[in-house]
Design a protein around this ligand. Sequence first.
Ligand SMILES: Nc1ncnc2c1ncn2[C@@H]1O[C@H](COP(=O)(O)OP(=O)(O)OP(=O)(O)O)[C@@H](O)[C@H]1O
Length: 471
Amino acid sequence: MHGITPKGKQEEVMALPAKGHIVVLGTAGSGKTTIALLRSHHLANIPENGRVLLVTFNGALVEYMRGISKSRSAKLVVENYHKFARGYLNSRGKMPRWNGILSPDEKAYYIEQAVEELKKEHPAESTLRRSKEFFIDEITFIEKFGVADLAAYNEAERIGRAAANIKRENRKWIFAVYKKYIELREAAGRKYDWDDLAFYVYNELQDDENERRYTHIIVDEGQDFSPMMIKSLVDAVADGGSFTFFGDVAQQIYGSRLSWRDSGINADKVWRFDVNYRNPATITAFAKDITESEYWRQDGDMVEATAQIAEGPKPILVKFSNKPREMAWVVERAISTGKTSSTVIVCRTRADIDSFLRVLKNKGCDATEIDKDTPGYAHIKTVYLTTFHAAKGLEFDNVFVPFLTDDKLPDPDTVANAVSEEDAYIDEIKLLYVATTRSKYGLYMTYSGTLSPLFPEDSDSCDFHDEEEVE
Ligand SMILES: Nc1ncnc2c1ncn2[C@@H]1O[C@H](COP(=O)(O)OP(=O)(O)OP(=O)(O)O)[C@@H](O)[C@H]1O
């Protein structure tokens, strides 16, 4: 973080009084994480200020933030939402010691059981014959939105939902499944799942008369927080304190598609960071082509870059005749750029990461897998491996995105588990956007087989090559 001087709107946000609610939307690489960190340190260093919480979505980004912060402050806590939620519920004696939170598979199991029980009671009801995915998706919506009762559910607008056009008169059945699910899991001694933890945090805060722990709460990557997560954080701020939200709707990759605007944030003005300090103009142009795909869902909150600082080559897409050749090229190139720069290979699945790890090892390269225990990595010259999801918020000099084929992107499991194919495509194309905008210099994409439908194949901002042209 040394040597960064906030500029333009960044400087204006740094200077805002720490009171009330502040919203900053920004394009990729516009300094959201940087300003979130600088402002957190600034607030924590003011002697009369109370504690500051900087909260983000995934553990990898928490470690990254800790890595790039050169200073420490006893008054600043950096953690992800789930750690905050578990810690808070624990402090209130509401977190069981063991197995408090259902895994997604366990949640699916109890929802299926709930549907089966209701079917026995109401065998003629057709709504109960809808798919398991449908119920999981809808119950997750109820949880993330914090829908308290059937009346509120009937009122709740469904945002960005293509397939779940549920008639109002049938919503009572879905709500009944939700209620039954809660009943079954409670009977099994289980209190929460990952999607409704925030709902319980929020409810607990309503009854909590103790002084709030944090005076200032700052959220980075806020686009992936559910409305209930934001609501609970807004409520967790001490009287007279501040809540600041940083986000980029173009990078919303956890499938919630719910807006921060439904989260109880009350800001007079929305700040828009539109200078991209990370990506060269060549990459920004390519990323823009991704957003013009038929699968991209436009959103008025998206901020487009109006200026870039960095320079770099045009991205390339290379077609190979088979996968071993593709992997050999990616590995050789990544090892080569990894000697002088930070280099990452971004994969859709962990299985693909493992395949690359093996090939890299055979070539004598001990690549580092990025997870929540890998701090400050992006500044080290070496080869990293990560998933699309864990790459969010990070940056590297060179980014390789292999396996851009129709059987890998969109991920078939994600498509199979989605309510509709369209929903899955809308989420998966954002992964491509996130991965490509991680690069400070080079972007190398490859495939063998049929190109992914999510790739903007008419893009003028990418050079297309066959394998013999790059060997
Ligand atoms: N004022 C500035 N001067 C110089 N460099 C800056 C400035 N602001 C940000 N940067 C640099 O730009 C890069 C991107 O910043 P940062 O990661 O904070 O962006 P972001 O908006 O959080 O991006 P994303 O949402 O894509 O993860 C970093 O390398 C950061 O150091």
